[in-house]
Structure formats: C-alpha cells, structure tokens
Write a protein that binds this ligand. Sequence first.
Ligand code: ATP
Ligand code: MG
Length: 334
Amino acid sequence: METQSERKVVLSAIQPTGTPTLGNYLGALKNWKEMAKDYDCFYAVADLHSITVRPEPAQLRRRTLEMYALLLAIGLDPEKNTVFVQSHVNAHAQLAWVLNCYTQFGEAARMTQFKDKSEKHPENVNVGLFAYPTLMAADILLYQAHYVPIGADQKQHLEITRDIAERFNGLYGETFRLPEPFIGKAGARVMSLQEPTKKMSKSDTNVKAFISVLDDKDTIVRKIKSAVTDSEARVYYAEGKDGVNNLMGIYACCTGKTFDEIEKDFAGKGYGDFKAAVAEAVVEELAPVKETFDRLIADKAYLNDCMAKGAEQAARVANKTLRKVMRKVGFYQL
Ligand code: ATP
Ligand code: MG
C-alpha cells in the first residue's frame, strides 16, 4: 500500500448554495467518493465562493453545515480524507489576492460562468463574481493538487488555473503543480429537467428543473414525470432530443447501462414507461445518501468536531504553499 505522502493529491469543492442536485452528485460527488479510495483527497465546502450571490447569513450557516453533513453522507471518510470548510482556512483568501495580481482582466472576463451568473443576477454583478476564478485557482494550487474532479461546466476554470500557475512559475520558478481535470464520462453534464439545453443547477429558482439528492421518492417521481421531452415518444439518443438524451444519461449513470442497451430495453415503449424506470433508478441511487444524511445532521457536535480537524489538516498543507508564495513575491519576512 502506498503511504499518504506518495499518493497523488486531489482537490475539489462544492458551494453551499443549495442542496446538491443529481447533477452535482453524478457529475462530481460520485467521483469524489471513488477517488477517495486511491488518492490523498481534500474536499471543501466552498462557502467563500457562495457569497457572490449574497445569501441570507442564517441560510449560509445552515447550508454550510448541511453540505458538510452531505459530504460525509455520500461516503467520504473524514478520518481518511480532509473534508473542510473553505473559510476556516485563511490561506484561500490570501492566495486569491496574490493571484488576482497575476491574472489579466481580459482572461477573467472570458469566463462563461461570469457571463451566466451576471445575467442571472444583473442587480448584483460584484467584483467577487468576476474574481471567482482566482479564488478557485487558489483553492486548487494551495494543495498542489494533481487532479481536480469536476463537471464539464468547470473545465474553463481549470484551464485558467493552469494558465495562472504557469505564469507564476515562469516568473518565480517552480511553485505550483499544474493540475489536471478529472471529468467522469457519464453524468459530466446533467441538464435541467425543464430547459434541457441548460445545465442542472442547485441555485435554479425553478425547483422543478432539478432533483435534489435529498428529495423524497414522490418528489423525484413527480419531477421526472414532468421533465420536458419531445412529441416523438420514442426512446433513443439523437441530436436535438435534449430532454430524452438527458434522461438517458441519468439512467445510464444510475444503472451502468449503455445507450444501446437502453434503446433496446425501451423499444416499443413510450416516455411514460421510460420515465418511471428513470425515477426508480434515481430513487434507488439516492435513498442511502438521504438516510445517512438524516442521521448525521442530527449530530452537530460530531460534525463540528470533524470540521475542526479537517480545517487544521488543510491549513497545514495550504500554509506551506502560501509561505513559499509570500517569500517568492518579496513580502518582508519576520
Ligand atoms: P451553482 O448554481 O450555485 O453554481 P452548481 O449546481 O453549479 O451550483 P457548484 O457548487 O458550482 O454547483 O459545483 C459543484 C460541482 O458540481 C462542480 O464540480 C461542478 O462541475 C459540478 N456540477 C454542477 N452542475 C453540474 C451538472 N449539471 N452536471 C454535472 N456536474 C455538475
Ligand atoms: Mg456552479
């Protein structure tokens, strides 16, 4: 068995902006759990990121605790991996400021997420929303991560992270490891159930557009039943059949079946039968997560204890990178 220090490092984070969706689960969290077996993993609740949309303070607090409990509920072991809350480790905000000064305005302005989110919240296009990629770069680079398991929507952010790291290394010598994205095949991009050309998002204001990992059976059945499809009533994967393609992707991810197998299984059947099968597969996939979550969320003392340990472990690694950066940039050392 490899020792802790020989293992490759993985970093990933999720914002406490709502209960994770099936998209977050299939696109990211399921991979987190897989990778936890073979890598030295750092998993964060990205609360600093989430204030770009100005949540209610009480809601942010509650969602942070819930997201943390959920990470343990999906099967992450806080003893074997570092599971922590981003704002508990000061180095994230500190490195982000430094990286802001090594990132060009034009680079940040090209980010699709910035464009999407500023359209969604035209009344609050704040500098934090714009600088989001440099904070994300700091999250990753602090841990010298080899891999970052993400959904396809975050690929651009990983590219800018690599660009910033390369630029810094070029100026000051090897400081940061260049991280590679790790994008699982199926589930990399789960689409909205109501507008299947857009990705499923936990911050969507239309709750019918997403399935939350804590939705109960009836809710899941209802949401999938009302998912937008098309008028053809035939189950097969094809360009333009966004709604059906999405349901097929979800079904494939939950059952391990290929698209060919799914087409055969549902030949001659309509969307009603197909949707019922998809709902059943999703319920089966999510039921154990919900059960464990309900148990953990009732034990705040245990969660606080895990959080404190996680923050301490994360800070130890992060501060090492931060000190190196501060020295190289020329900050006066005491
Ligand atoms: P928000 O709307 O607040 O940005 P989000 O649903 O996009 O929420 P994030 O916290 O931004 O969630 O992302 C967490 C992880 O989930 C990231 O790795 C991201 O790539 C992945 N992810 C988000 N949405 C999807 C999706 N629809 N399909 C697959 N993966 C996704
Ligand atoms: Mg997002």
